[in-house]
Design a protein around this ligand. Structure first.
Ligand SMILES: C[S@@+](CC[C@H](N)C(=O)[O-])C[C@H]1O[C@@H](n2cnc3c(N)ncnc32)[C@H](O)[C@@H]1O
Length: 261
């Protein structure tokens, strides 16, 4: 069998990719087909991406909150959270930071941020009520009630209910990898209002070096220059984080700051 192309050159939406994948993984065909059929039903029943993806999360979180945020086992959930935490610690996070986590999920990394930051300084938002309930369970399990984190349900990424220039760190891990470009555009258009003057916004994305594409409107693949260009059009400086690439993680990371930060 020929070797599959590197991760960033695969077009997972193409028929050729799907056929090759099915040949190599016949045991996964059934699961894939049931996912296609579920997603078609959810798309018909829910207008707009946020409503659709919220329904996907409801369905996934009912089976396993860990799997719903992308970790197939508890051990992987712990390791992936640790990886996000360690990276941010090495890249500027301080206990006094005021952090906004966009798409906080069930606090895979969030509970570590909450534990580390001064009380009251963590603010998590998510579109999924089901995953926010799972986030509360994580808080209880980790005994972090006294840290008084905020967890809020959102319907969009305008962030209009949050204060101006407040957050020194904004973080979105594995959120834009599930977002169409208009959701990312909305976020970048509004995040500057809540970001402190010397703050930064780190986000991961599924990177392609070929054509941009999506799979089932669940997973979206972007070229780096699309997202850095969008950030720059919204007045930010955008930096591709090369050292994140060295970590055992399938996504890439960009940091955006104000040009004068
Ligand atoms: C793969 S999970 C990652 C969760 C968390 N960041 C982590 O690393 O564990 C993606 C999360 O983003 C949330 N999400 C997806 N689109 C969103 C949006 N437009 N606004 C806010 N949250 C979103 C989902 O509900 C889900 O909880």
């Amino acid at each position: 069998m020929t070797k599959p192309p590197p991760r960033t050159q695969r077009n997972r939406a193409s028929l050729a990719y799907k056929l090759r994948y099915a040949t190599r993984n016949p045991d996964k065909i059934r699961t894939y087909l049931s996912r296609v059929s579920r997603d078609v039903k959810l798309r018909l029943a829910n207008r707009g991406h946020v409503a659709y993806y919220r329904a996907v999360m409801r369905s996934d979180a009912a089976k396993s909150p860990e799997a719903a945020v992308g970790s197939s086992t508890r051990d992987r959930w712990l390791k992936l959270g640790q990886m996000q935490f360690d990276y941010l610690l090495q890249h500027g996070l301080k206990p006094g930071d005021r952090m906004l986590e966009i798409g906080c999920g069930n606090l895979r990394a969030g509970w570590r941020f909450i534990d580390y930051l001064d009380a009251g300084n963590y603010y998590g938002v998510d579109i999924s009520p089901d995953i926010l309930l799972a986030a509360q369970n994580t808080l209880v399990r980790q005994g972090l009630q006294d840290k008084l984190p905020h967890l809020s349900l959102v319907d969009d990424l305008k962030l209009s209910f949050l204060p101006e220039r407040h957050f020194t760190v904004v973080h979105a891990h594995s959120v834009f990898s599930h977002s169409p470009i208009e959701v990312i555009d909305e976020c970048l258009a509004h995040v500057g209002r809540v970001l402190a003057p010397d703050g930064f916004f780190d986000f991961t994305f599924d990177r392609t070096e070929g054509s941009e594409h999506h799979v089932l409107r669940e997973d979206f693949y972007y070229r780096t220059e699309t997202l850095t260009g969008l950030a720059e059009r919204h007045g930010f400086t955008a930096r591709f984080m090369d050292d994140w690439e060295e970590l055992p993680h399938g996504q890439s990371k960009i940091r955006v700051t104000r040009p004068d930060a």
